[in-house]
Design a binder for this molecule. Sequence first.
Ligand SMILES: Cc1cc2nc3c(=O)[nH]c(=O)nc-3n(C[C@H](O)[C@H](O)[C@H](O)COP(=O)(O)OP(=O)(O)OC[C@H]3O[C@@H](n4cnc5c(N)ncnc54)[C@H](O)[C@@H]3O)c2cc1C
Ligand code: SF4
Length: 511
Amino acid sequence: MIAPGTHLAFQTGAPVELEADYVVVGSGAGGAAAAATLVRAGRSVCVVERGPWRDPQHYPLSVYGAMRDLWSDWGTLFARGRSMIPILQASCVGGTTVINSAIVVRTPPAVLAEWAELGLGEVFSEAAVGAEQEALERELGVTRMHGRQLMEHSEALLRALRSRGLEGHALDRSARDCIGSGQCLQGCREGAKTSTNLCWVPEVITRGGTVLSCAPVGRVTIERGRAVGVSGRFVHPAPRRGERRRGARFSVRARRGVLLAASATGSAPLLERSGVRSAALGRGWRGQPGAAMIGVYPHEVRMERGTTQGAASLAYRSEGFKLESLSLPLELLAARVGGAGHRYARALEEAPRMAMWVAAVRAQAQGVVRAGRFGQPVVRYAPSRADTERLRAGLGRLARLHFDAGAEKVLPGIHGVAPELGPDELGALESAPLDNRCYTWVLSHLFGGCVMGKDPRRSVVAPDLHVRGVRGLHVVDAACLPTTLGVNPQHTIMAVARIIAARVVNEENVA
Ligand SMILES: Cc1cc2nc3c(=O)[nH]c(=O)nc-3n(C[C@H](O)[C@H](O)[C@H](O)COP(=O)(O)OP(=O)(O)OC[C@H]3O[C@@H](n4cnc5c(N)ncnc54)[C@H](O)[C@@H]3O)c2cc1C
Ligand code: SF4
């Protein structure tokens, strides 16, 4: 018998059997937001999370430690297309909110207008999403970055934008007490970032809910067209020699419904493994891939000082890309600067004088996510030529901004372009190859696989918010978003999850 308000980590021995009104799979941006909404409405909830529970004081300092303790599968997931693009996500209680930069941007009204055309206008109206996001901003302590949070790395971007009369702003982040340690990717040891493991997951437990960690859900149980629970087997996050990796089996019975929030790489494969059949399942997978332009300055920048991401510009949103400052820990920067021998050694010596800014593309390309043979997701996705053109344009703009801010040279990181360019050599960027394999893309903003919409051929979730053909089954994470956003996704995912969870409770007696 498990008492209410319990966290249960890795278990061995007899199967663990639980029951709750609702089961929520995944505890990241979508899952935790939905679970908190359900417990606030007085429902009993069991959150089942694949990754381990980690407290801020145990977050690792090194990137190696973050890969081991927080990142999903050691950061080894890739989108496979013409090239392999790394997909960055976390797998721990709190999901990717533990390692993200906590940037908060409201859903652009133009995006909600696109959703309305897909039949979602009644549920996700501008008023409904706006009200939810306003409440979230208060709850998460969203604050505009300033002073020591910004530092030279982000200030220089803002100065350069201003000098060209372009829009630029210090970021709003759910990190009220950020001290600018530049460690967001390794989790915030200060506990300054309001990741969901520090706010809503503890609230679920305080209100009597149960949380299982180290508990990857293998299947959703569907009986006579209704989702009635989930099952899986505990997995030890770091077994020592002689210890078993696989632990006890678990099953959680859901009296009222199952809400999936296993992310844009996890939710569709889970439905596939659970026997849900839909032509749209796994499709409509999208991303906002990005790449960086490094500027080398005559003076110290020390990008590790200040918040990981402090400044941004939406000046080019209509052209399909967004600009942001982004600092990388030295281990990752060392992989990005590239080269060999003396040139590589010199680049590393120059690291304290580097500032890194990124262009993130609102890509048009669509891909597919499927369940792999050994349980891992397989993502097939490649940015299109038009997406690559946008990235090239974004990197060109960033190079110019670096020179406006006083850089001596830039390091484009584009195959087919010289490794270093001076201010008079930027023409090389305009004629850089449009083959997506030539760019150092990274994917961290992911969408789709179980998208919502009115067209059954193109959507898995109907406008009534149920997975088509299965009562009591809902998707509340990035997987259900039917389009990209052109801005950072956490705020939209959280608002969407809360709206869906509240509707599910309101319509209990109808379902
Ligand atoms: C480095 C980085 C920086 C980012 N910065 C920002 C930012 O500043 N602002 C912003 O808006 N967005 C940012 N993002 C993106 C944002 O964090 C994600 O879009 C968001 O967290 C996705 O929410 P989600 O609920 O879909 O998935 P996640 O938050 O990834 O949560 C999914 C959870 O489900 C669990 N899970 C998966 N499969 C199973 C299973 N079978 N059983 C049980 N549990 C399972 C996972 O372990 C994970 O904990 C960033 C992302 C990265 C990688
Ligand atoms: S910059 Fe440092 S203090 Fe600020 S949120 Fe990130 S990890 Fe926390």
